[in-house]
Design a protein around this ligand. Structure first.
Ligand SMILES: Cc1ncc(COP(=O)(O)O)c(C=O)c1O
Length: 311
């Protein structure tokens, strides 16, 4: 008799449920959300992390047992820690000190060495583009010193591909092809772009909306009036390197106050304690469904990027 077992944590990544958030939005249309917080590293980034590490091993950029080094706001680090533990690589992560301390603790618990990099112009809980660049410079330096593999997630195309090959097709299958809109906040853009590509390959009419903090909407082409915002892991004040503007139909602004309110509603009405970008995504999706731009029976899909436990 064969055992029905999962062979490693890597095989727990993906195939997340698509949840109908009917308690916080009961029309017009339906709000469907991908439960990415259920992955072993606790976030949507597990998919990109697995894809990047496997590709680097496959083509020899990452030798067996060699160190992996990356700059992270926490979630990519957790995804990499899962992949590195399962595949036998030491992991060093650099992180802006502005991210919540719980993130560093979680990474250390997963076996990573965490190097905190002082903030340049942000504040605790509010990480800016300059803060991220400082952490990235540190990662690059450490990778050179230790002859490790520098992940460089903002330039790694495997992240976009991972969402094109897994998240997007899962959404299509779980909704029986009834997707009218796709809504997501943008960090590297891997989630937004990969899913948008997969859905539009199947139905070019799917409306794709990015989520950006009010006052920090470079994707919408607006001048930045406010660098700091609550949506950790996204919207660093510039257009990410992989960005394809034609995949975005609109950018939906959200305020910190709205994000706080929807985060609380998700917890108290749906029983889903998720992070700020998840709440921003839900807030923006409700705005789109309520805007009159979609049919009254439309399905709008978004992503619950990570768990709220580490904020
Ligand atoms: C909490 C959170 N939400 C959303 C994202 C954005 O994901 P992506 O890099 O695929 O755009 C990230 C990325 O790190 C994140 O940490």
């Amino acid at each position: 008799m064969s055992l029905k077992v999962t062979l490693s944590a890597l095989d727990l990544i993906g195939r997340t449920p698509l949840i109908a958030l009917d308690r916080i939005h009961n029309g017009p249309g339906r709000l469907l959300a991908k439960a990415e917080f259920m992955q072993p590293g606790g976030s949507v980034k597990d998919r990109a992390a697995r894809a990047i590490v496997l590709a680097a091993r496959e083509d020899g950029r990452l030798a067996p047992g060699a160190s992996v080094v990356e700059m992270t706001s926490g979630n990519m680090g957790a995804g990499l820690a899962v992949a590195c533990a399962a595949l036998g690589h030491p992991l060093v992560v650099t992180m802006s000190a502005g991210n919540s301390p719980q993130r560093a603790r979680m990474l250390e618990a997963l076996g990573a060495e965490v190097v905190l990099v002082p903030q340049v112009d942000g504040a605790p809980g509010q990480v800016t583009g300059a803060d991220v660049n400082a952490a990235a410079d540190a990662a690059q330096r450490i990778a050179t010193e230790r002859r490790g593999y520098y992940v460089d997630q903002f330039h790694a195309s495997e992240g976009v591909q991972a969402h094109r090959e897994t998240t997007g097709p899962e959404i299509w299958e779980q909704s029986s092809g009834r997707v009218d809109a796709w809504v997501a906040a943008v960090g590297t853009g891997a989630t937004f772009l990969g899913v948008a590509a997969a859905l539009r390959e199947r139905n070019p009419r799917v409306i794709c909306a990015a989520v950006e903090p009010e006052g920090c909407q470079p994707l919408a082409g607006l001048p930045i009036t406010r660098h700091r915002h609550l949506i950790q892991g996204t919207s660093y004040g510039s257009v990410p390197p992989h960005w394809i503007g034609s995949q975005m139909d609109l950018s939906i602004p959200v305020t910190d106050e709205e994000v706080e309110r929807w985060r609380r509603l998700l917890a108290t009405k749906e029983g889903l304690h998720v992070g700020y970008s998840a709440a921003a995504n839900v807030c923006a999706t409700v705005a789109l469904l309520s805007s009159g731009r979609l049919a009254a029976d439309a399905n709008a899909v978004t992503v619950l990027c990570d768990t709220g436990m580490k904020y």
